[in-house]
Design a protein around this ligand. Structure first.
Ligand code: ADP
Ligand code: MG
Length: 233
């Protein structure tokens, strides 16, 4: 079976005065569908850089990114954009919802831009709002929703494209403890239900046992992944 996501010896360098800064240093990682990986590590260790490269938003300086068996470096810009749309869901810390749109419209905006959404897309959006616990909230605008509810809309929106790979950067950073737990449990649920290969950057070590494995980054390098139950809590 093909891995959903493979990073092979991926390095990412940024110019830094007269030298270079290695944001990623020969990172290798592979994830199957239905696997949920936590990514932890100090600020500046390269976690967001890893997600940006896996999301095909940033080209690595060296190494390979393979999504569903496709080597991303072999694709044209247009093909890479299409691969991202079809295979990758991205969830950032701040939901970045459009203030004027209702919850269901946030999910359908891409379809709107390509023409009027068809019935299947509307049904899919309504179903996803149910899945993330927002039944009855489809017509609420962001200012009418709590921080946790906005993050749920964000998660539903990322699932609209039926992604293979779900990349989540500090989804609970703006939330209180109770809401944080429910968001991580929701990410576990959608990983299981939609069989996404999910990477979540987090600082909440308490929620690591909800995930399948933990990888730690330090100075652009990734450690061997551990199963959470073997970690001292
Ligand atoms: P983390 O998400 O773990 O806090 P980042 O991936 O954001 O870490 O950053 C890793 C390193 O790369 C840091 O030293 C950061 O300053 C640097 N970096 C990140 N993005 C850029 C950029 N666009 N240009 C230059 N340096 C960057
Ligand atoms: Mg970061």
């Amino acid at each position: 079976m093909i891995e959903a996501l493979n990073l092979i010896n991926v390095s990412l360098e940024y110019p830094d005065g007269s030298s270079t800064l290695k944001a990623l240093d020969k990172v290798s990682l592979s994830l199957r569908r239905g696997e949920f990986l936590s990514l932890v590590g100090p600020s500046g260790s390269g976690k967001s850089s890893l997600l940006a490269v896996a999301a095909t938003l940033v080209k690595p300086t060296a190494g390979l990114v393979v999504i569903d068996g496709q080597d991303v470096s072999a694709l044209s810009d247009a093909e890479r954009t299409a691969l991202r749309r079809d295979k990758v869901g991205i969830i950032f810390q701040q939901p970045n919802l459009l203030p004027a749109l209702t919850a269901v419209e946030q999910l359908l905006i891409r379809e709107h831009l390509r023409g009027k959404p068809v019935r299947e897309e509307r049904e899919k959006a309504a179903k996803l709002l149910d899945v993330v616990g927002l039944s009855g909230m489809a017509h609420k605008r962001p200012h009418q929703l709590s921080g946790g509810q906005r993050q749920r809309v964000n998660i539903a929106r990322a699932l609209m494209g039926s992604p293979t790979v779900l990349l989540v950067d500090e989804p609970t950073a703006a939330l209180d403890h109770e809401r944080s737990g429910s968001i991580v449990r929701l990410l576990r649920q959608v990983t299981d239900e939609f069989r996404t290969a999910t990477i979540m950057v987090t600082h909440d070590t308490e929620f690591l046992p909800i995930t399948d494995a933990v990888a730690t980054m330090r100075d652009g390098r990734i450690s061997r992944t551990l199963v959470p139950s073997s970690q001292p809590m």
